[in-house]
Write a protein that binds this ligand. Structure first.
Ligand SMILES: [Zn+2]
Length: 188
């Protein structure tokens, strides 16, 4: 991902790894030797939701992406878009991907996901309505807080933190379902 760009998007010169002084000292980055454009490679904000179904006894909805191998179920996630707040973004994603309507949101926390160069902003979403999955999602499952299992990567930690805050002891799957994190968003 650090070399996602080959050519300068401003002047089309081939980019090079060049060291330049920055606030924190000299730093090597992919830069344009002609016009000085720098590929900062900042992490991308990704929104995630632990969906609690208000009209189904507070069960939690996890979904499996059609592109994922195996049987990994994860949180609903999506990229934040320009012109929306994080809250608007996750409510939009939940509705687009499940057809559910979000009644209320509360922030669980912010988590790094360095493998994908993403930062995950995770919400608890109280939602209701008929569940109709988008074509991106192969299937969903409903869990109770006692039956759901967490995975040791960004969104899995968010789920665990939410469970802990509600007085539950999170249970873990020891082999993390690789794409259950934000991976879906890249190629996945
Ligand atoms: Zn350039």
């Amino acid at each position: 991902m650090p070399n996602a760009f080959t050519y300068c998007p401003t002047c089309a010169t081939t980019l090079q790894m060049l060291s330049q002084p920055e606030d924190g000292g000299p730093k090597s980055r992919l830069r344009c030797p002609a016009c000085g454009w720098t590929h900062w490679n900042n992490p991308t904000p990704v929104l995630a939701a632990v969906i609690e179904l208000a009209d189904r006894d507070g069960q939690l909805l996890l979904a499996r992406n059609a592109a994922w191998p195996g049987k990994a179920f994860g949180l609903i996630t999506g990229f934040m878009e320009a012109g929306e707040t994080p809250q608007e973004g996750i409510a939009r994603e939940v509705h687009e991907e499940t057809s559910l309507v979000v009644d209320s949101l509360s922030l669980i926390g912010v988590y790094d996901f360095q493998r994908m160069n993403q930062v995950i902003i995770a919400y608890h979403a109280l939602a209701r309505g008929e569940i109709v999955l988008s074509p991106e999602l192969a299937e969903y499952r409903l869990f109770t807080p006692d039956t759901v299992r967490c995975w040791r990567a960004g969104t899995g930690y968010a789920l665990a933190d939410w469970l802990s805050a509600r007085g539950h002891s999170p249970k873990w799957v020891e082999i993390p379902p690789r794409p259950a994190d934000a991976a879906r968003l890249e190629s996945w």
